[in-house]
Design a binder for this molecule. Structure first.
Ligand code: HEC
Length: 255
């Protein structure tokens, strides 16, 4: 009896399995790109500038605790909308807790009616809050504490399940690559799981302490690196290696 010539490695598989693996790898790569675009459009703009930065991550998870949106705007782009005296009155009201009774009693309602609602009303057609309603003013007078715990819990469990699933299949395909030393291979396969845990834990840590924001970047970056490595090696062993030489090693036996 002759030894079987078909070995478990990516290079010597038939066209059907290679087509299946390649289809999957291409689609998850496009999915990854879309995720990057989406991060740029949501978190990337948190600090008001294009591109993802540590500040964006701090603002998204920890919030801008130095003050409320209302105060920030009254010192920023809305500065010229009211007199110095009226602005200080509003800011003072915010500092004192943005109480509903004081809103009417100390004349804040009147200041806003006179200076702000020409633009800040429901029929202006502008994508800005309607200041004719007290709740909307109160909402922007609150200190921004970033992502809520419930939204973190929701996004965390979706990411843990979803990303673990993606890396299970990429890791399976990559485990059939014969040309990577076994310890390097095992490390690249577990890396995304470790960094996924670090990435998601660091969202929660950043919510509590802004110094953890850099850990979010490291976690996400390391995950992307291992993705790129497994993707490139798998594609290479399926489509380029067979043109150069045959492969008789069994990838699953660490040969
Ligand atoms: C001339 C029209 C105009 C007037 C008057 C005006 N605003 Fe605005 N406001 C805008 C526009 C446009 C934006 C969105 C662009 C920006 O944020 O700078 C905005 C945004 C804001 C925001 C941020 C809203 C958000 O979604 O976070 C706050 C807070 C705000 N204005 C407060 C005020 C206050 C307080 C006054 C009155 C003292 C005022 N504005 C008067 C046009 C106006």
């Amino acid at each position: 009896m002759s030894a079987p010539t078909h070995k478990l490695n990516l290079c010597s598989q038939g066209i059907a399995l290679k087509a299946l693996f390649t289809g999957y790898l291409v689609v998850v790569a496009v999915g990854y790109l879309m995720a990057v675009v989406q991060i740029q459009l949501t978190h990337g703009m948190a600090d008001g500038e294009m591109g993802l930065s540590v500040d964006d991550i701090v603002y998204s998870y920890y919030g801008k605790r130095s003050g409320s949106a209302l105060e920030a705007k009254l010192n920023g782009s809305m500065k010229l909308m009211a007199s110095e005296q009226d602005r200080l009155k509003i800011i003072n009201w915010v500092h004192k807790g943005a109480d509903e009774k004081a809103f009417y009693d100390t004349g804040i309602r009147k200041i806003i009616d006179t200076n702000c609602i020409a633009c800040h009303n429901a029929s202006s057609g502008l994508p800005i809050p309607d200041w004719t309603k007290f709740e909307n003013v109160a909402e922007k007078a609150k200190t921004d504490t970033g992502a809520s715990f419930s939204s973190l819990a929701r996004v965390s469990h979706i990411h843990l399940f979803g990303i673990a699933f993606i890396f299970m299949f990429i890791g399976l395909i990559f485990s059939l690559a014969a040309g990577v030393p076994k310890y390097l291979k095992a490390s690249v396969i577990v890396m995304p799981y470790i960094f996924l845990m670090i990435d998601i834990s660091s969202w929660w840590l950043t919510k509590l302490n802004p110094n953890f924001a850099w850990l979010v970047i490291i976690g996400g970056g390391a995950m992307a690196l291992s993705f790129a490595f497994m993707w490139t090696v798998s594609m290479y062993e399926m489509w380029i290696m067979p043109r150069l030489h045959s492969d008789s090693r069994d990838a699953l036996l660490d040969e």
